[in-house]
Design a protein around this ligand. Structure first.
Ligand SMILES: *[C@@H]1O[C@H](CO)[C@@H](O)[C@H](O)[C@H]1NC(C)=O
Ligand SMILES: *[C@@H]1O[C@H](CO)[C@@H](O)[C@H](O)[C@H]1NC(C)=O
Ligand SMILES: *[C@@H]1O[C@H](CO)[C@@H](O)[C@H](O)[C@H]1NC(C)=O
Length: 357
């Protein structure tokens, strides 16, 4: 027992409890469409039909979600879901795997658990839809949309009005760089070089997204994965609350990501890309501390044991399983990326501002 409190995720203070319970905005959404790219932090069912252990289509995942089990890696909403609600969408954006023609005009969720910036990332878990493939899926969606809307000029203008969020990179560490038995990256690159190579590849992918018509894009940095219960169980924390070496490696990547976003904005006068600093958004607040232990009993790979009984007070838990945060934490991150509380949270724009531009 007696696991230490993580200062970073010892979050979930007063603030979280006040703001969350979402204020569903009545009427029209603030933008006509919302597209989501990323990994298990946003996946809402794309992995259900894939051959992989990175899927969450079994209880207790979804225990608090009105539709129950969907493939979301949390008890209720993902961060992407709550951002959609804050933008005024009445329905959650459907997963690419099952989206119908009628649904695509409000956006698509391409997220896939285990996926990364690098194509090979997550191979140890099985199939996944890498960021490169998510971009190809977007090309297919644009074709479908163009056929439906029957007016290319209209479709091109339409795509520029959408909000796009991209949440990638965690697996390039968790399920690649930090697994030397499965991947050679940590022998080829030191942490600094890896951050550089990863940021360069990501930069190309974000530019591709721009070329596909995206203008309002929120790019999320990688969170402090050295503070996740699964990584703490796997690596030596040397008496600290978190695995600092992992967080330091991730910081090298995040520090390179912000200049990538700035460069895209500088090179393209109509680009409105923004960097969301998840480290800042999940920073510890004075007051309440919560232990960084998973709410559900977890398997060796950090996911919930199927059909296990999770903790009863899920609003008092930051982590639902060994890697993924609960609805309350996700809602807090979504709310702070939507309405920044500090200039450090989002730069140059938070998502509410992005919607208005
Ligand atoms: C779960 O999310 C729904 C919105 O889909 C929300 O109304 C509900 O309050 C949430 N429940 C919990 C227990 O977090
Ligand atoms: C196509 O869309 C553009 C932009 O909305 C509009 O100005 C134009 O009239 C449309 N063309 C046709 C043939 O409907
Ligand atoms: C993110 O925010 C933290 C403060 O919480 C700061 O130390 C860090 O430099 C920021 N990262 C970037 C890339 O701006």
């Amino acid at each position: 027992m007696a696991r230490e409190l993580s200062p970073l995720f010892s979050v979930l203070m007063v603030l979280g409890f006040i703001l969350v319970r979402i204020l569903v905005v009545a009427g029209q959404p603030q933008v006509p469409c919302y597209f989501i790219y990323g990994d298990s932090l946003v996946d809402n069912g794309n992995n259900n039909g894939l051959r992989t252990t990175a899927k969450a289509n079994y209880p207790p995942y979804g225990i608090d979600f009105p539709q129950g089990v969907t493939g979301r890696f949390t008890n209720n909403r993902t961060m992407a879901d709550t951002i959609g609600q804050l933008l005024g969408f009445r329905n959650f954006i459907p997963p690419y795997a099952t989206v119908t023609d009628q649904q695509i005009s409000t956006g698509v969720n391409y997220g896939s658990g285990g996926a990364g910036i690098r194509d090979e990332t997550g191979r140890n878990l099985g199939d996944r839809i890498s960021l490169n493939r998510q971009l190809l899926n977007h090309v297919a969606i644009i074709s479908r949309l163009t056929l439906m809307q029957r007016n290319t000029t209209f479709t091109n203008a339409y795509l520029k009005k959408c909000i796009y969020i991209v949440n990638m990179g965690s697996n390039d560490y968790i399920n690649n760089y930090l697994m030397p038995d499965n991947y050679p990256t940590s022998r080829i690159y030191n942490t600094d070089r890896f951050a550089e190579v990863l940021a360069r590849q990501y930069s190309q992918q974000l530019k591709t997204l721009y070329k596909l018509g995206a203008r309002k894009v929120a790019v999320f940095g990688v969170g402090l994965i050295g503070c996740t219960p699964a990584e703490i169980a796997m690596f030596d924390t040397e008496g600290k609350p978190c695995v600092d070496s992992i967080n330091n490696a991730v910081k090298l990547f995040n520090d390179r990501l912000k200049p990538v976003v700035d460069e895209i904005n500088n090179d393209n006068s109509d680009a409105r890309f923004t960097f969301i600093n998840i480290t800042s958004i999940s920073a510890p607040q004075e007051g309440v501390s919560l232990p960084n232990v998973p709410c559900c009993p977890v398997r060796e790979d950090g996911q919930c044991v199927p059909n296990s009984i999770p903790c009863p007070d899920r609003d008092l838990s930051v982590f639902f399983d060994g890697f993924h945060t609960t609805d309350i934490a996700n809602s807090l991150f979504a709310t702070r990326s939507y309405n920044a509380l500090s200039p450090m949270d989002a730069s140059p724009y938070d998502i509410s501002r992005l919607a208005q531009l």
